[in-house]
Design a binder for this molecule. Structure first.
Ligand SMILES: C[S@@+](CC[C@H](N)C(=O)[O-])C[C@H]1O[C@@H](n2cnc3c(N)ncnc32)[C@H](O)[C@@H]1O
Length: 466
């Protein structure tokens, strides 16, 4: 039986370091004149890795990004297949540059950290190679998200795994996990941070925003996974389309999303069966990209499907649609990403109790509903980009109707009777304040009923801007 010390000793083994010091090169190369340059990784080994990627032999017209190319074997091979190749590394290596010259290469070699890659600056790539880098990163999920954002077709992820031997025999832990190396436990190297299981690599890839993860190859110490952005091998479109009747952000009832926030899409669709379908038969698609669903729950109003907002969506209007099992695709529903601030100042024209319709007041006795009629809303106004501040306390509206300028909001129990200042914030723009009178007593805050006797005259103001 393997002891903890055996495991630590095994993790600390590093056969590459000495070999690298001797060879100078990590990759081997066969030059046009037949000369072979011998690196730590033999040509046979590199060819076996390459074959596992299952990439077309002709890549003419495709854009390929190689992240962490080291000496550049894979970047130069992609170029040889006709691709337009960019290679980024956080160090600029003599070996890469010398081989680039010797091979008369046109690969665009840049010193760039993986975390810096950005579709707005660098564009997108059909194929991304992310080979032997993941376990070197302190923020592997962030790096995968950055990569997902620039990948339009597939990213080949390969690297160290801790359970290669057992995974090859079909044995995987019930829950994927990663070992964490604070110091130099893995290979005696400070820049080795994580040792994932094969399943963890697959999960990380999906969690980063890829539609699916396909295991291509497992060796005793490595796994190669194809991270696909589009759904592959979908069931045929044989049955009626799913009826999608709602889309909102999990944090509010609106359709506005902000890409720098942890926000999830909730899709709602009709569902007649008595149980929710299995997650692996649910295929959401966002602006042409497949997105692995996180959960699928049957509720009293229909099926609720939760998914992440895939990284890299451009500012503006996007759409989501859904296929379940053999169904045809649903009609799409729109949502908004990173809408910019607007110029118009949102102004409150009329404020009324939402039940009694009395002007300039709200009565807790009839439920504490405030209805506003406002000007300055954009056509995309919704509860995600519109906040009603009452005494400085942000309120997310229940309903925003841009066509009529109506906003309905339920007062939070923090709003006490008396004179209150109301103002609107829509897409980054605050409007002027309007004074209303709040009457009656708010309900106790759930869980704080015992505090009711000591309720303050007012609560401190917390400003929130969306
Ligand atoms: C083990 S080598 C892998 C080389 C090659 N991709 C392969 O799989 O054979 C790791 C490479 O990733 C690069 N690298 C490590 N951290 C990086 C980062 N944060 N951003 C970009 N490149 C990085 C290293 O400089 C090196 O070229």
């Amino acid at each position: 039986m393997e002891t903890d010390n055996d495991l630590l000793a095994k993790r600390r083994e590093n056969h590459t370091r000495g070999a690298l010091a001797e060879a100078g090169l990590y990759h081997s190369f066969r030059l046009d004149d037949g000369v072979v340059l011998h690196g730590v990784l033999s040509l046979e080994l590199l060819e076996a890795r390459l074959a596992a990627f299952q990439l077309p032999l002709d890549l003419t017209g495709r854009r390929v990004l190689d992240v962490g190319p080291w000496d550049g074997y894979f970047a130069f091979e992609m170029e040889r297949r006709g691709a337009d190749v960019t290679a980024i590394d956080y160090v600029d290596l003599d070996t890469f540059r010398a081989l680039h010259h010797a091979l008369k290469s046109r690969v665009d070699y840049r010193r760039l950290d993986v975390y810096e890659i950005d579709p707005k600056i660098h564009g997108t790539y059909d194929i991304v190679l992310f080979l032997g880098v993941l376990y070197h990163l302190k923020h592997p999920l962030l790096a995968l998200e950055k990569i997902c954002a620039v990948t339009t077709d597939v990213c080949i992820v390969d690297g160290f795994v801790i359970d290669g031997e057992s995974a090859r025999q079909g044995i995987q832990p019930p829950v994927p996990f990663v070992e964490f190396y604070e110091h130099d436990e893995l290979g005696g190297q400070l820049d080795n941070w994580f040792g994932p299981t094969v399943g963890a690599v697959e999960s990380l890839v999906r969690a980063a925003g890829f539609a699916s993860a396909e295991v291509l190859r497992i060796t005793p110490t490595t796994a190669t996974v194809a991270a696909h952005r589009k759904w592959k091998n979908l069931p045929p479109d044989e049955e009626d389309a799913v009826k999608l009747f709602g889309l909102n952000c999990h944090a509010h009832a609106g359709k506005s999303f902000q890409s720098h926030k942890e926000e999830y899409i909730a899709l709602w669709c009709d569902w007649k069966a008595g149980t929710a379908p299995p997650l692996n038969s649910v295929f959401p698609e966002v602006s042409g990209y497949g997105v692995a669903p996180l959960a699928c729950t049957l509720t009293s109003i229909g099926l609720l499907i939760s998914l992440r907002v895939p990284p890299g969506l451009a500012t503006g209007i996007h759409s989501a649609r859904l296929k379940i099992g053999n169904s045809r695709w649903s009609d799409p529903l729109e949502f908004y990403v990173d809408l910019p601030p607007i110029d118009a100042i949102p102004a409150i024209i009329l404020a009324q109790d939402g039940i009694q319709w009395l002007p300039d007041e709200v009565d807790w006795g009839s439920g504490g509903w405030l209805s506003l009629w406002v000007s300055g809303l954009s056509a995309q106004a919704d509860p995600g980009n519109t906040i009603v501040e009452i005494n400085g306390i942000p309120h997310s509206p229940d309903k925003v109707i841009p066509e009529s300028g109506q906003i309905n909001v339920k007062l939070r129990p923090l709003i006490l009777p008396g004179s209150c200042e109301v103002r609107l914030c829509h897409r980054g723009q605050f409007g002027p304040t309007k004074t209303i009178q709040v009457k009656g007593q708010p309900p106790a805050i759930r869980g704080l009923e015992a505090l009711e006797a000591n309720a303050p005259e007012t609560y401190p103001q917390v400003h929130a801007r969306r």
